[in-house]
Write a protein that binds this ligand. Sequence first.
Ligand SMILES: [Zn+2]
Length: 180
Amino acid sequence: MPAVARLNPPDPIDALLSAHGLRRTGAARLVLGWLLAHPDTSYTHAQLQAALQESSAADGPGAGEGGTLDRVTLYRLIDRLTQVSLLLCRVDANRVRRYQAMPASVQAMPHFECQSCHRDSPLAGALQGNAFDLEVAAQNALLALQALGYQGLSLDLAVRGVCADCATAASMAPGPELGL
Ligand SMILES: [Zn+2]
């Protein structure tokens, strides 16, 4: 293990943003940092904006300009973070979207492996609210195994099939059967 790596550990939030191809802006650090610090809470857009404003006010003047995060920036950021599966989005009983940091148990899941173009893509965005059902199922399975004494558990869910792009291309190709 190289000693140099220990001297200057990268900021974990910056590392996450970089690893997912996102720019390390003050706003991105603020939003992801807050959600990671409150992993068990899910927020609506409005609740998250209010929480971030309160926290920057509580830090006092001069604590940072990241607190004045406008609505549009926040919405875009949340969308991007959800697309790359850093956030879990679910729709609550009132059909309002709520966001929380992706639980560690499902950080590697679920993903989709296309058998045609072999692209591997995260599914949380496509599943939307249903991603939460999978997370609950995963948590329940892990808890049940833990109760039986299993240790060091992790879970990876891959869905295999043909992606929408490949399916569309196949249906447009000339063939004996014309589709819809
Ligand atoms: Zn494909």
